[in-house]
Design a protein around this ligand. Structure first.
Ligand SMILES: CC(C)(COP(=O)(O)OP(=O)(O)OC[C@H]1O[C@@H](n2cnc3c(N)ncnc32)[C@H](O)[C@@H]1OP(=O)(O)O)[C@@H](O)C(=O)NCCC(=O)NCCS
Length: 340
C-alpha cells in the first residue's frame, strides 16, 4: 500500500470513495444523515483543501492506484477573536470524520500507515493533542484508532425533541426561566467562565484554562448570539426574589457555521444545544431539567425534530444527565497525546 498526499487527479475518485463509505455507515445507523448532494460537496471541499497549507489529505493506494483509505490532517492557528480560543489550544489539530475512511475490513492494515504520515505532519506543526472524530457505528474504525493509542474524549449525542408538557414546565418555587437580553451579559459572563473552568479542570487537562482574554471573548460570543435573531436562544434560570442568574443553556436552530467540518452531516431539522451550565450551588434543584424541557419545546416550535450536543466523557455530571433525557451517542472524538 502506497501512502501519498492528495493531488488533483484523485479528487473525483476520492469524492466517490468518501461518499460510498459515508453511505455504508449511514446504512448501519439510520440516525446518521448525509447531504443529498454529498459527492458534489466533497468535490468542492477537496478542491479548497488541496492548496491550503494548513490541511492535507493522505491517500492509501494499492498497486493499481485504487483508493483504500483516506485521512485529512488539519492544523489551524485560531485567530485572536475565535471563540474556540476559550477552550482549545491556539494551534489545534483535527482528523475530521467527514474526510476519514478506510475500506471495511482493512482498517487494522491501512490505518497505521496513514497515521504514521499524519502523526509526523502534526508534529511538524507543533500540534500536541490531535482529535479524531468518528461515527460510533463504525466499531472497526474505533478499535483501530484505539490500537494506535487514541483514547476516548467526547461524545456527540442526539436526543428527541418534544413539545413541553405541563408537568415539565412546573418550575421549582421561586425560580423562572426567560431568554437573556443584552442587560444580562455581565451576569452571564461569570457562569460562562465557570463552565470553561469546570471543563479545564476535568482529568486529562484537554481544555485550556480561562485567561485574561476570556471575558472579552465571552462578551463577544454572547453579543453575537443575542443578535443572531429568532433562531438563537440564550435561556436563563433566574431567582425571582433578587434576579440571581443560576444557570443557562444556549441553543441554535439555524444551519451550522461554515467552519464546522460536520456541516454536510447535520440534517436541517436537527437543533444544536451549545452550552448547559447550572452554577455549583444551584445544582440538583431541577433547574437543568426545566431549562432542557423549555429548550426542547422551543426546538419543536422551530421545526426541529432532534437535537445534538457534545460532552466530555470524563465529566461525571453530563453523561447521566443526557442519558436520562434519552440522548444517545452518535459520534465520538478520540484524542492522541504526543510524548514530549
Ligand atoms: C448538567 C447540569 C447542567 C444539570 O443541571 P442541574 O440543574 O443540576 O440538573 P437537575 O437538578 O435538573 O437534574 C439533575 C439530575 O441528574 C441527577 N444526577 C445528578 N448527578 C448524578 C450522577 N452523578 N449520576 C446520576 N444522576 C445524577 C439528579 O439526581 C437529577 O435527577 P432527577 O431529575 O431524576 O432528580 C449541571 O450538573 C451542570 O451545570 N454541570 C456542570 C457543567 C456541565 O456538565 N454541563 C453539561 C456539559 S455538556
Amino acid at each position: 500500500m502506497l501512502i501519498r498526499p492528495l493531488s488533483q487527479e484523485f479528487i473525483l475518485p476520492l469524492a466517490g470513495f468518501l461518499t460510498r463509505q459515508r453511505q455504508i455507515e449511514t446504512a448501519l445507523d439510520p440516525r446518521l444523515w448525509i447531504a443529498p448532494d454529498l459527492e458534489d460537496q466533497y468535490v468542492s471541499w477537496l478542491n479548497k483543501i488541496v492548496p491550503d497549507p494548513d490541511e492535507k489529505i493522505w491517500l492509501a493506494l494499492d498497486d493499481d492506484a485504487q483508493i483504500y483509505g483516506a485521512l485529512e490532517t488539519r492544523a489551524k492557528t485560531l485567530s485572536q477573536d475565535d471563540i474556540r480560543r476559550t477552550y482549545l489550544s491556539p494551534t489545534y489539530g483535527l482528523l475530521p470524520m467527514g474526510m476519514m475512511a478506510v475500506e471495511p475490513g482493512c482498517w487494522s492494515d491501512i490505518l497505521p500507515a496513514l497515521w504514521e504520515v499524519a502523526a509526523a505532519w502534526f508534529q511538524r506543526r507543533n500540534v500536541t493533542q490531535p482529535q479524531a472524530w468518528l461515527n460510533l457505528c463504525n466499531r472497526e474504525a474505533l478499535a483501530a484508532w484505539e490500537k494506535l493509542g487514541f483514547i476516548n474524549l467526547m461524545d456527540h449525542a442526539v436526543g428527541p425533541v418534544a413539545a413541553a408538557t405541563s408537568a415539565a414546565t412546573a418550575l421549582p418555587e421561586g425560580w423562572r426561566l426567560r431568554p437573556a437580553t443584552y442587560r444580562d451579559i455581565k451576569h452571564i459572563i461569570p457562569l460562562f467562565i465557570e463552565e470553561l473552568k469546570f471543563h479545564a479542570d476535568l482529568p486529562g487537562a484537554y481544555w485550556v484554562q480561562p485567561t485574561t482574554d476570556t471575558t472579552r471573548l465571552a462578551r463577544r460570543e454572547i453579543e453575537m448570539f443575542l443578535s443572531g435573531g429568532s433562531d438563537y436562544l440564550y435561556l436563563l434560570a433566574e431567582r425571582i426574589s433578587d434576579g440571581k442568574i443560576a444557570g443557562y443553556m444556549s441553543a441554535s436552530a439555524s444551519p451550522p457555521v461554515a467552519w464546522n467540518p460536520n456541516a454536510p452531516f447535520l440534517p436541517p431539522d436537527r437543533g444544536i444545544l451549545q452550552v448547559a451550565i447550572v452554577s455549583t450551588e444551584f445544582r440538583n434543584l431541577g433547574l437543568g431539567n426545566h431549562m432542557l424541557a423549555y429548550l426542547l419545546d422551543w426546538f419543536h416550535r422551530h421545526g426541529m425534530t432532534s437535537v445534538s450536543l457534545s460532552y466530555d466523557l470524563s465529566n461525571p455530571l453530563s453523561g447521566p444527565f443526557w442519558r436520562k433525557h434519552n440522548f444517545v451517542p452518535l459520534r465520538r472524538a478520540m484524542v492522541y497525546t504526543f510524548p514530549i
